[in-house]
Design a protein around this ligand. Structure first.
Ligand SMILES: [Zn+2]
Ligand SMILES: [Zn+2]
Length: 363
């Protein structure tokens, strides 16, 4: 049998496997050992083109600046005057870049230096950093307030939160997504990160319409004015209380356990993103603390699911402490783990490798 026939049969077997374990959206329970050429979505991310702007400075006119202005407008750094969204690096953009740099702990040069462009290109939450023109991230603080001893957690304007008689919240999944129990368990774990430190409890209900918190995967324009943008770029967004809507971009490749997607440069850890978005559902805005769950960006392959002290302090301002948790002061440091070793569970990757091996043997 010729090699291309072998590959055809192999791809057919792989498609059978994947269709039986994944449906809309894309989930990878374990992709660590799948050959990269078999992985989807290895194309460029939504914001890779920003890398070409590295080195741009005020006064220049460069193709692509216009797209960057739309980016800064989307995340609250540029006002509504979209008619000025030309390729000119004007004063408004310089000011936006400086505020962005302050929020992300970069030198406020106002230029698109390499660290800034690198940060801008990272996948991130779709919720704006500056809401209604006001920011309580670093750019909204005086220089003297920016330091390790000052809290960085933020709230939405007006500090919306779930009222005191609503401590036991229900959540449900968009029935159209037909999520597996394994995916639902990821969200249950994500909710427990917040209930651990607060009096809040979260219970899944099958009634999507009556649930307090509604979770769904959507692609592109999905009717709330906040379109998703395909691979990477914005990953998810959620709305402040009492809206209770948590949306995730179904065009992403989502990892649903803690195994490194070494072959896919674009796979994102679902629980990490879910923990962040639940923070918004409860009333937290973005934080300038890089280790905090509420920091706006996360890189592919990174798993970050433990609340940092900044997150705990913020959520406890809104809801108080968990009466059942003695350690009410919160964690001392933020924790970040990069996905690493495979745990001892036979995942999709191993199954596929097994099939590849078996196929080669049979052929
Ligand atoms: Zn966010
Ligand atoms: Zn949405």
């Amino acid at each position: 049998m010729k090699i291309h026939q072998k590959i055809t049969i192999l791809l057919f077997l792989l498609s059978l496997l994947s269709s039986s374990t994944t449906s809309f959206p894309n989930f990878f329970p374990n992709v660590s050992s799948i050959p990269p050429s078999f992985l989807p979505n290895t194309t460029a991310g939504a914001w890779d083109s920003f890398n070409k702007l590295s080195g741009c400075r005020p006064g220049q006119q460069v193709t692509g600046i216009s797209k960057l202005k739309n980016y800064f407008h989307y995340f609250g750094y540029l006002g509504n005057n979209t008619s000025n969204f030309t390729d000119d690096f004007d004063d408004a953009l310089e000011s936006a870049v400086k505020n962005y740099q302050r929020n992300f702990n970069l030198n406020a040069t106002g230029e698109l230096d390499e660290p800034t462009v690198k940060q801008i290109s990272k996948p991130r939450c779709g919720v704006a950093d500056i809401v209604n023109g006001t920011s309580t991230m670093n750019s909204g603080r005086s220089e003297s307030m920016i330091g390790h001893s000052v809290a960085h957690y933020t709230f939405f304007p007006g500090t919306p939160r779930w009222p005191s008689q609503r401590r036991d919240l229900t959540y449900a999944f968009n029935p159209g997504n037909q999520l597996s129990d394994e995916v639902k368990r990821v969200f249950a774990n994500a909710f427990s990160r917040w209930s651990e430190w607060t009096p809040l409890t979260f219970t899944e209900t099958s009634s999507y319409t009556s649930a307090d918190l509604k979770i769904g995967f959507y692609a592109g324009d999905h009717g709330d004015g906040e379109s998703f943008d395909g691979v990477l770029g914005t990953l998810a967004h959620a709305f402040a209380p009492p809206a209770g809507l948590l949306h995730l971009d179904s065009d992403e490749t989502w990892i649903i356990n803690d195994v490194l997607a070494s072959g896919s440069p674009t796979a994102m850890d679902l629980e990490s993103v879910a923990v962040h978005e639940i923070g918004h559902l409860l009333g937290l805005g973005h934080s300038s603390v890089e280790d905090a769950i509420m920091f706006p960006t996360i890189s592919s392959g990174v798993r970050k699911v433990e609340l940092a002290r900044d997150d705990v302090e913020g959520i406890q301002v809104l809801y108080g402490t968990n009466p059942d948790n003695n350690g009410t002061t919160g964690p001392t440091i933020g924790q970040r783990e990069v996905n690493g070793a495979t745990r001892g569970v036979l995942g999709l990757g191993q199954v596929i490798l097994f099939v590849i091996g078996l196929t080669m043997f049979v052929l």
